[in-house]
Ligand binder design. Structure first.
Ligand code: C2O
Ligand code: CU
Ligand code: CU
Length: 502
């Protein structure tokens, strides 16, 4: 499609164009003028049938992020269908009320970047009792960053290999596909803002500019048990969060801006990259962790609605850690750089391979320890994703001498530390513990109050040096699923593996 996104020439985008064939017409809401797919609304227990027709010029497949569905409908990268082919999904919605989404798998980074993504909202009986805002008061806020060229066309990976290594960062923020970054709301009303970080790799530290707290009441796959007020909120790629916005006492014309607050993220340290400026500067005109506006809520007309934010939301139904067979010896997965690639436990993506530690039993409850192992680029190859000078500087040529950025000596002994938002398909998990002992204290100090670890999650943001223990149950479906970094360039570069439920 050619869409008017900026003034001037139209932008070529890829879209999920939704059409309702049967059922309640409220089940499909189109975001007018946006490249984003329709908002699909379903309820727990409902059976849905979705027909995906691939009219793209290349292979693709749709993945339902966060949904607990059989192997065939969760999809695996090898399930991609050719241009012109059709894939039918038919499943019963088993998830709790929450904000889920859908996007391609395969060449994920470029396809999502071109526009392919949409929201899938699940409601359930418990949520229906709560009188939360609905329809025009229940608003999607999809946050993405993009770069346009002088002809208004999308630019992906403008720094080539360097972007592929670090992840793509655009130089402007779009909200629901619009560069206006504006929500037109009514004074006197209360809103449920459903935030999705749909960016390829950008992390947000969201704060209201006027200093008021951010009221959060839902995360990924569930409502929280009680609302939480945070000074700011860390939102990694693929994460969703429900934010309450009350405009009851705001005069008409009020503008409330949600900004990105700053945090110090240096992805290279030591030696040659010591000043930190080079790597960051190469990334984007809108550096990760800098301060910039994300969206502005405008109280325009006036209205009223009688929704309230209940003090009690979902009944906590979390997994009791003592029921995990491996609580004291969790499976460990280290996400790190190894030999020019992003790896998990030292391995990169293999289409059908499954390691022993990636095989789990149907019916089991398990703790997984997900470790951001950084990636020391030094000479001792002592495993765990450590990178020796050889691999990094060798034939890869990526950081070769031509562009004068780095040379063989320069990288030795340096750390390339990057955040990894880790996503596990097919399950929702609870986060039982975060270990931050190895996180740079300055960084930790700037972000520590922004994590919501209660509730049911499918993605956990691991900042450099951080690890998290998550607990989950493998139930209902056997099969081959994937887990991966949701920095889409890391995913496409191999930071993805299979796990098998047997
Ligand atoms: Cu949203 Cu496999 O991911
Ligand atoms: Cu997923
Ligand atoms: Cu990553």
């Amino acid at each position: 499609r050619d869409l008017s996104i900026l003034s001037g020439p139209k932008t070529k985008v890829w879209v999920y164009e939704g059409k309702l064939l049967k059922g309640n017409k409220e089940a499909l809401q189109t975001l007018e003028g946006s490249y984003l797919g329709p908002v699909i609304k379903v309820r727990k227990g409902q059976k849905v049938r979705i027909r995906f027709q691939n009219d793209l010029p290349e292979e693709s497949i749709v993945h339902w992020h966060g949904m607990h569905v059989p192997e065939r409908y969760d999809v695996h990268p090898q399930d991609v269908i050719n241009s012109g082919e059709t894939y039918i999904y038919e499943y019963e919605v088993m998830n709790r009320a929450g904000t889920y989404w859908f996007h391609p798998h395969g060449r994920t980074g470029p396809q999502v970047y071109n526009g392919l993504a949409g929201l899938l909202l699940v409601t359930d009986e418990e949520e229906q009792q709560l009188n939360l805002p609905q329809w025009e008061f229940d608003l999607p806020v999809v946050i993405q960053d993009r770069t346009f060229d002088e002809n208004n066309q999308l630019v992906y990976l403008n720094n080539g290999q360097m972007d592929r290594m670090t992840g793509f960062l655009g130089n402007r923020i779009l909200i629901n596909g619009s560069p206006e970054q504006r929500l037109n709301l009514k004074t006197g009303c209360k809103y449920r803002l459903r935030l999705l970080n749909g960016s390829n790799s950008r992390i947000y530290k969201l704060a209201w500019e006027d200093g008021s707290p951010v009221t959060v009441f839902g995360i990924d796959g569930s409502l929280l048990s009680t609302p939480k007020e945070l000074p700011y909120l860390m939102l990694g790629p693929a994460k969703r969060v429900d934010v309450w916005l009350d405009l009851t006492d705001k005069p008409e014309g009020t503008e409330l801006t949600m900004k990105n607050a700053s945090f110090p993220l240096e992805i290279m340290s030591g030696g040659m990259m010591g000043d930190g400026g080079m790597m960051q500067g190469a990334e984007s005109d809108l550096p990760q962790g800098s301060e910039y506006p994300v969206f502005t809520a405008l109280a325009n007309g006036s209205g009223s609605n009688d929704h309230t934010l209940p003090g009690q939301l979902a009944q906590p139904d979390y997994i009791d850690p003592s029921t995990a067979g491996n609580l004291n010896a969790p499976r460990q997965f280290t996400f790190a750089m190894g030999h020019m690639e992003w790896t998990i436990n030292g391995r990169t993506w293999e289409t059908t391979e499954v390691a022993d530690e990636e095989t789990v039993k149907l019916g089991s409850t398990e703790v997984w320890e997900l470790i951001n192992g950084g990636g020391m680029m030094d000479n001792n190859d002592d495993g765990g994703g450590m990178m020796d000078g050889h691999g990094m500087m060798g034939d890869g040529g990526m950081m070769g001498g031509e562009d004068g950025m780095m040379n063989n000596q320069g990288m030795m002994g340096n750390m390339m530390q990057m955040p990894h938002p880790i996503h596990i398909h097919q399950v929702q998990f609870n986060i039982i513990e975060r270990d931050v002992a190895n996180v740079d204290p300055q960084l930790w100090d700037a972000i520590k109050d922004g994590f919501v670890d209660e509730g049911w999650h499918d993605t956990v943001l691991l900042m450099p040096g951080m690890s998290a223990k998550v607990i989950m149950q493998f139930k209902d479906f056997k099969g081959l699923f994937v887990y991966h970094c949701h920095n889409l360039e890391h995913e496409d570069m191999g930071m993805m593996r299979n796990f098998k439920i047997v």
